[in-house]
Design a protein around this ligand. Structure first.
Ligand SMILES: Nc1ncnc2c1ncn2[C@@H]1O[C@H](COP(=O)(O)OP(=O)(O)O)[C@@H](O)[C@H]1O
Ligand SMILES: [Mg+2]
Length: 374
């Protein structure tokens, strides 16, 4: 068998003071596991499990270990086998997952006795979760690439179509007499075409983001310039607070792409605060000595520039959070959202070795933390 070996243990419900009377516990039940394998002690109502041999230490804590305790208590009462997996909170604050199996037998005196095994499956659980996370990331990357390629192709052709609409729209506008309905119609054609061009630009930016050019850029002035633009069109009921150190924060990237990241995160934040609120933008240096797991991606150890965009808006539920980076995913009305903003942010960040952390809950606001490789 792979993984840590199972520890065999033989247990008895009898404790030092002879615990089981009738169908009820007195104060403790012991699974004694032999001199070299230690003691698994299950106190009846206190969630304490001692597994010294398995170097698990003493497990204390609300909820943790309780399931094991209940299962063993029931197995003792009903003389049944048990097979249980449970998370234990160790004294040093770490959490372990253990798998216990026990086969019930009757001792010569008629009391329940168990032959069983216990295995620390923490590492296996972690490896399984990590694998699921990597698979999910791979699927997302594949999806982004396919959509990016497709959208890029369509957008390019669409641009050519729009060029015709613009050219003839402008000709009509020039010919139409001032103040005539025809002039208004032509203006509407041009406005709609401009909206189309903005959309095409976003799609092209999205598909280009997968092969962006990279050079050292100081993020601070890029963020400051973008915030200046945002401040200009900020609704009166939204306060913008920004925080950035005076020293340069240099990353390998593309200034236009960085501008797009800040712009997209801030406009989402503003759109989430329909009834007003505070938009907080923070820029700072960060350094990680070890690998760092985030809600979306893992960071290698090293230096980063951290951009935090936090709002006090409507927030998101779990079902929304898992989909926000999907291309074309939007909860906004038609014409309000394209669903491309965050997928563009995601593509730019992950492409440059960065990662994103998202924290949000309904009515609790949202915080997007972006890590850019320093
Ligand atoms: N700050 C935020 N607060 C609440 N919801 C957000 C926030 N940012 C993004 N979202 C959610 O993520 C979705 C996708 O965002 P995005 O990709 O920028 O597309 P769009 O803004 O065009 O809808 C939004 O429709 C919204 O539901
Ligand atoms: Mg958006």
């Amino acid at each position: 068998m792979s993984g840590p070996p199972w520890k065999r243990c033989v247990g008895s419900s009898r404790s030092a003071s002879g615990a089981l009377t009738g169908n009820r516990y007195s104060n403790s039940t012991e699974l004694s596991c032999g001199p070299e394998s230690g003691v698994l002690s299950v106190a009846s109502l206190v969630p304490v499990i001692l597994l010294p041999v398995f170097r698990l230490g003493a497990a204390k804590g609300r909820g943790h270990g309780r399931l094991v305790q209940e299962v063993i208590a029931r197995a003792s009462r009903e003389m049944t086998n048990f097979d249980v997996e449970n998370r234990l909170l160790m004294e040093d604050g770490t959490v372990k997952t253990v798998h216990l199996i026990g086969h019930a037998m009757q001792s010569s005196s008629g009391e329940p006795e168990f032959v069983g095994a216990v295995m620390d499956v923490t590492e296996q659980k972690w490896a399984l979760a990590e694998r699921a996370r990597l698979e999910q990331r791979l699927r997302q990357a594949e999806k982004m690439e396919a959509v990016g390629r497709l959208a890029g192709g369509i957008a390019h052709d669409f641009n050519n179509v729009l060029a015709g609409v613009f050219a003839y729209g402008e000709m009509v506008l020039d010919e139409a007499p001032e103040g005539s309905p025809l002039r208004r119609y032509a203006q509407n054609v041009l406005t709609a075409a401009s909206r189309g061009r903005e959309l095409v630009e976003q799609i092209l930016a999205f598909s280009r983001s997968q092969r962006g050019k990279r050079a050292p850029v100081d993020v601070a002035p890029v963020v400051a310039e973008t915030l200046e633009l945002i401040r200009g069109s900020l609704p009166a009921n939204i306060r913008l607070e920004s925080n950035a150190p005076d020293l340069p924060l240099v990353v390998l990237g593309d200034a236009t792409q960085l501008h797009q990241i800040v712009m997209n995160l801030c406009s989402n934040a503003i759109q989430a605060m329909r009834t007003g609120g505070t938009l907080r933008v923070t820029l700072e240096a960060a350094e990680f000595p070890g690998e760092q797991a985030l809600s979306h991606g893992t960071l290698d150890p090293g230096r980063y520039v951290r951009l935090i965009v936090a709002d006090s808006g409507c927030g998101m539920d779990e079902a929304t959070i898992v989909r926000i980076f999907e291309p074309f995913f939007t909860t906004k009305e038609i014409g309000q959202g394209t669903g491309l903003g965050l997928s563009l942010v995601y593509a730019i960040i992950t492409d440059s070795g960065g990662a994103i952390d998202v924290k949000s809950a309904p009515q609790q606001g949202s915080t997007f933390t972006i890590y850019l490789r320093g």
